[in-house]
Design a protein around this ligand. Structure first.
Ligand SMILES: [Zn+2]
Length: 246
């Protein structure tokens, strides 16, 4: 067995588990027969991290399970306030907000603990503040927010390289011939541009638009003809939440 990228023999010393689809977006399938440790860490740093970062908001909202850790919390805005969305969709104010209205402070925080910290800070300047009284009289409010705006950036060359690597991983994992993908390696390695190696995104209409309401899938399909690999990368996660990239 050789690393399909650098052709070094895969040994006990340099073996590593490569996730076929990024673990950060929920990929579970992995193999020790694809790449060596050096190539795995190089790509992890150069391209996989970038794709994972771009897809983090979606991984967060869907609370994607990973081998280690959780998707990071993401920031959104609601009525000019920063909202922090925790994995799985739980929202809270990203930081305390306060306005001075005549002689009154109006403070909004996401927890009593945070309110106490703010009041402690204010008490240094305004000695008359009774922290306990204020906390006892605080209005506690739990509600559904109508809509929070979040930003998602997607795309770019490194992202395409990471997606191409997934397609190649999957192809080789399923017994594909390494010679048929070797023209893609300079692209995955960052030595040639996408158009030079003829990488195309391929999404047949029937797969993208006509999935049944109860279909949950997470699939990557590679079709090979003698010179060109087309690949399709589709993530349709949930019944009513259909996310499509590209
Ligand atoms: Zn290697």
């Amino acid at each position: 067995m050789e690393c399909y990228v650098c052709n070094n023999d895969l040994t006990k010393e340099n073996e590593t588990e490569e996730h076929i689809i990024l673990n950060a977006i929920g990929g579970k399938l992995k193999s020790k027969k694809l790449v060596c440790k050096d190539c795995n860490s190089k790509f992890g740093f150069e391209i996989d991290n970038i794709l994972a970062e771009q897809l983090n908001p979606i991984a967060n909202l869907l609370d994607v399970k990973r081998d280690r850790g959780q998707p990071r919390s993401i920031k959104g805005t609601y009525q000019n306030k920063e909202i922090l969305i925790e994995p799985g969709g739980k929202m809270k104010l990203a930081r305390p907000y306060f306005d001075l209205d005549k002689n009154h402070f109006k403070i909004q925080t996401s927890s009593t603990k945070q309110a106490r910290q703010v009041l402690n800070g204010l008490k240094r300047k305004y000695k008359q503040i009774d922290i306990e009284e204020n906390l006892n009289n605080a209005k506690r409010n739990k509600s559904y927010l109508p809509s929070v705006t979040i930003n998602i950036n997607f795309g770019g060359e490194n992202t395409s390289r990471a997606l191409c690597k997934m397609a190649v991983n999957y192809f080789i994992f399923n017994g594909g011939n390494r010679n048929e993908i070797k023209h893609l390696l300079p692209f995955i390695n960052g030595e040639k541009a996408e158009e030079e190696v003829e990488v195309y995104y391929f999404y047949p209409k029937s797969e993208v638009f006509n999935k049944g309401d109860n279909d949950i899938y997470h699939s990557l399909i590679s079709l090979v003809n003698p010179n060109i690999i087309f690949f399709m990368f589709l993530l349709n996660f949930l019944t009513n939440l259909k996310w499509l990239f590209f």
